[in-house]
Design a protein around this ligand. Structure first.
Ligand code: EPU
Length: 427
């Protein structure tokens, strides 16, 4: 079983340099699903070379589409799909497979799929999807572990969808379904993440009519199959990867710069880092951070995760590691997923002082000395949080279940080594 072996810096701030941020996982995955809405191949650039992207492309390929990928460029032709069943072995392990259901149903009138899996961070129901399909005229049957969804004769009908809970994949799925539906669809209480705006821009540049992406109300007027006319779409930078490196830099770098970022997408993080005592400077497409190594230099803060533009749940785990180094009591309120604070138990074994109040809230008392340990990566974001904890720790750590980290972070050990981290992948 492979693992990451990391030599800790014992709290010293010695790493530094520049990290170029790759394309956003949660944008690339949705563009791959969008290819189903196209009559012609979809061309993408800046596609991250990560496991989740490979799995999503594999679903398209195994369903009869053709895919070629090289040097972060992908060509996806889903016009030849021959199956309406989302390849179950892959789909059930990948939450983002759910976004394929919208374009499939809109284009082929039928889709069968297993309950989508992914990271174990909470229950992750799909009730909003089932209700949305029904509102657009589809019939939904549960047959064993599979959902069978069939559009009405003549195709999905536009309608009004109000999401009880803002959902990123829900917004994307129905935005895409509505592109090939009859009439107008309105999504209210839509999620507003930058990846959704990018997806809407890609669809609009290919013939879709979507208004309001990035606001709580998105209106989509149905059109015919899309055609990108050989335009190449560049995936936006991964704000979560950038944020994770910035948190690492804030703890352990003399000076660390992340490049190829959109600083505006990271404001909730940079605001909190600055507030708690970390020095940040920003250019149009880069952010530089330096660790504050004054004794008591970082102060505690209360944070609640929130839909964009609030503090992202995907940065909650690395931020908890940061707060173990801040003086005083911080509260982390994880409002989105109920299973996403369980990793804090392992941080306590490393020397942190974190009390769980309930599944959504922990109190972090700092600052504490973190010691190297053997850890199991429970999901990709907590996995990276363990990597950060191991880097600041005293002694050596081994992090198992690296697949979970590879799902969302490209060549992680190589890129960490390039900024001075002593890390190796071992068998
Ligand atoms: N929810 C429902 N019913 C549904 C769908 C969602 O109750 O039918 C609830 C969820 O349980 C959760 C809330 O709505 O409490 C919001 O979940 P959302 O649907 O927004 O999450 P998601 O779309 O499944 C995406 C990202 C996650 C990211 C969240 C929140 C993808 C593939 N995944 O998940 O990314 O944490 O939005 O921003 O885009 C990650 O990259 O590590 C990751 C988990």
């Amino acid at each position: 079983m492979s693992y990451l072996s990391i030599k800790g810096l014992s709290g010293k701030a010695t790493i530094g340099g520049t990290v170029k941020i790759v394309g956003a996982k949660n944008a690339a995955l949705k563009a791959i699903a969008a290819s189903i809405l196209f009559r012609s191949p979809l061309l993408l650039d800046n596609v991250p070379d990560i496991e989740d992207v490979s799995r999503m492309l594999e679903i398209i390929r195994t369903m009869g589409g053709s895919v070629s990928v090289a040097s972060h460029k992908a060509t996806i032709d889903a016009s030849t799909l021959s199956s309406t069943t989302l390849t179950p072995e892959i789909s059930k392990r990948l939450r983002s497979s759910i976004v394929l259901t919208g374009p499939m149903l809109a284009r082929h009138g039928l889709v069968r799929f297993p309950h989508p899996g992914g990271c174990v961070i909470g229950e992750r129901p799909i009730d909003l999807f089932v209700e949305g399909f029904i509102k657009m005229g589809a019939k939904v049957k549960k047959v064993g572990k599979f959902y069978h969804v069939a559009a009405p004769k003549g195709g999905l009908r536009g309608g009004e969808l109000f999401f009880r809970t803002q959902s990123v994949t829900g917004t994307e799925t129905f935005m895409m379904a509505a592109v090939l539906s009859r009439g107008v669809t309105t999504i209210k209480n839509a999620a507003m993440e930058p990846e959704i705006v990018w997806l809407a821009d890609l669809l609009n540049a290919s013939g879709a009519k979507i208004a309001g992406a990035g606001t709580p109300t998105v209106t989509i007027t149905g059109v015919q199959l899309l055609d990108a006319k050989k335009k190449v779409f560049t995936v936006i930078p991964d704000r979560i990867e950038a944020g994770s490196f910035l948190i690492l830099g804030a703890l352990a770098a003399k000076k660390l710069t992340v490049t190829n970022v959109i600083p505006e997408h990271l404001e909730s993080l940079t605001e909190l880092l600055t507030y708690t005592g970390t020095k940040i400077s920003t250019t149009k497409n880069s952010i530089t951070v330096s660790a504050n190594k004054k004794k008591g230099g970082l102060c505690a803060v209360n944070i609640r995760t929130h839909e964009y533009p609030g503090f992202p749940t995907d940065l909650q785990a690395p931020m908890v590691v940061y707060l173990t180094q801040a003086e005083g009591e911080s509260l982390m309120f994880e409002t989105i997923f109920e299973g996403r604070l369980n990793f804090t138990e392992s941080l306590n074994r490393m020397g942190a002082n974190i009390s769980m109040m309930d599944p959504h809230r922990v109190i972090i008392r700092g600052s504490t000395t973190i010691k190297g340990s053997h850890l199991e990566s429970p999901d990709l974001r907590a996995g990276l949080a363990f990597v950060i904890a191991a880097i600041i720790a005293k002694g050596e750590s081994k992090i198992y279940n690296v697949y979970n980290i590879d799902r969302g972070y490209e060549r992680i050990e190589e890129r960490l080594r390039s900024i001075g981290v002593c890390i190796e992948r071992k068998e």
